[in-house]
Write a protein that binds this ligand. Structure first.
Ligand SMILES: Nc1nc2c(ncn2[C@@H]2O[C@H](COP(=O)(O)OP(=O)(O)OP(=O)(O)O)[C@@H](O)[C@H]2O)c(=O)[nH]1
Length: 217
């Protein structure tokens, strides 16, 4: 296989972070992409994304992780946020039961805009705050089981399970793509087109990346 063909097998996966305001979405992303945590982080306004390189089975995978505001009034156009997503982390705060109760609503929104094949993980964040825990590990696990999601408790503050959570989702996407689409010439063509789109679009504005299998609405 020539060099050009090898380039055609790079991967770009869009992953979205969703969940109520202040559950820690932005800090999970900054912990994963820059190994940083901000105790005074402000509510996200609009949409941001970061790209992180991960190697899976000797292949370079670019995870483009999108973060938006949990607060309705700061959110950008919903369908554009979900468009082209291969994976999602649905985040709640283990110290706030209301954020756990919102998970079903977030899943409904996700499933309205995305194909069910999107790799999904339920994330109970702030597990460093054991003393003021309001949602048990068992409750988190039970909901994940009921909804068919991966599950993990994380702490963006002390970095517990943060890399692991993202890596499980990225690996699951990789497996989905390998199983369903890797041998499709159309998919490879799509990937090479979108690699160009991304290069032309480094200002954080909406990428024209599209996943042919899902989220095309
Ligand atoms: N103790 C603890 N605090 C955290 C953790 N993750 C985030 N925080 C704090 O929780 C607050 C909200 O974090 P953000 O990352 O801004 O939350 P967000 O979900 O992005 O919020 P929106 O942008 O409003 O949707 C900040 O004060 C963070 O410092 C964590 O794992 N442990």
């Amino acid at each position: 296989m020539g060099k050009e063909d090898d380039r055609g097998e790079e991967y770009l996966f869009k992953i979205v972070l969703i969940g109520d305001s202040a559950v820690g979405k932005s800090n999970l992303l900054s912990r994963f992409s820059r190994d940083e945590f901000d105790t005074n982080s402000k509510a996200t306004i609009g949409v941001e994304f970061q790209t992180q390189l991960v190697e899976i089975e000797g292949k370079e995978v670019k995870a483009q992780i999108w973060d938006t505001a949990g607060q309705e009034r700061f959110r950008a156009v919903t369908s554009a946020y979900y468009r082209g997503a291969f994976g999602a982390l649905i985040v709640y705060d283990i110290t706030r039961g209301d954020t756990f109760e919102s998970v079903k609503r977030w899943l409904q929104e996700l499933n309205t805009h995305c194909d069910t094949a999107v790799a999904q993980m339920l994330v109970g964040n702030k597990c460093d705050l054991e003393d003021i825990r309001a949602v048990s590990v068992e409750e988190g696990k039970a909901l994940a089981e009921e909804e068919g999601l991966f599950f993990m408790e994380t702490s963006a503050l002390d970095a517990t399970n943060v890399d692991k959570a993202f890596e499980i989702v990225i690996r699951e996407i990789f497996n989905n793509v390998s199983r369903k689409l890797l041998n499709s010439d159309a998919y490879k063509a799509e990937l090479s087109v979108n690699r160009v789109s991304l290069v032309n679009n480094q200002d954080g504005s909406e990428s024209s990346w599209r996943n042919p299998s899902c989220c095309s609405r």
